[in-house]
Write a protein of this length. Structure first.
Lengths: 66, 138
């Protein structure tokens, strides 16, 4: 699953730590999501989308193999 | 935390018979005391290890839970490899891994190896991801 969390975060001048605090996770979790090392749960995905005020599918996209 | 090295060192020294002469000179018959020292030191090591295994991170989120699960899987696999090699060793050399109490020692080590692999894998993974995250931040 691809995601554009980093792009969306940088667009609103938000740091990883600020995003992490907003959705109550650690900074390494945000790093792992942005680099694709970890696929977040539905709860976290919804929280991220809510923070960016976007739809989930605007941030997270399925790839061919998924 | 201090229980781990303290317990392990006392247990190893007692197993090696380090305290035999000291205790014999002062008390006489030391069989019960010897067993008590062995049991207390080993269990203090085990309790310390369990504290280390089940200690919570500052922020225990779903990613940490994911790494914990991964560490459990890897530790299980490594323990299986350990079992395999230990049995092959016993089969080839037709003796137990370490002298008289070999099988007992082998089983104790197999229990400990699982938790040690788990702690090591979990902490190394977390350290690496934190390091990479910090590098990217700069």
């Amino acid at each position: 699953m691809k995601n554009s969390v980093k792009e969306k975060r940088l667009k609103i001048n938000m740091t990883q730590q600020e995003l992490a605090d907003e959705i109550a996770v650690s900074r390494q979790t945000i790093f792992a999501i942005e680099t694709g090392k970890y696929i977040p749960s539905a709860i976290l995905v919804l929280k991220i989308a809510k923070t960016f005020k976007k739809k989930v599918e605007d941030i997270f996209n399925l790839e061919k193999g998924d | 935390m201090i229980l781990i090295p303290f317990g392990l060192i006392i247990w190893c020294l007692t197993q090696l018979g380090y305290f035999n002469n000291i205790l014999k000179n002062q008390i006489g018959n030391t069989t019960n005391l010897y067993s008590a020292v062995l049991i207390i030191s080993f269990f203090s090591f085990l309790i310390g290890l369990y504290f280390l295994v089940f200690v919570k991170e500052k922020q225990e989120d779903e990613f940490i839970a994911h790494i914990r699960l991964l560490s459990f899987q890897r530790a299980t696999f490594l323990q299986f490899v350990y079992f395999l090699f230990a049995f092959i060793y016993m089969l080839i050399f037709k003796k137990e891994p370490s002298g008289d109490a070999g099988l007992e020692m082998f089983l104790i080590l197999s229990i400990l190896s699982f938790w040690l692999f788990y702690v090591l894998y979990f902490n190394i993974s977390l350290f690496l991801i934190k390091k990479k995250a910090n590098e990217e931040q700069r």
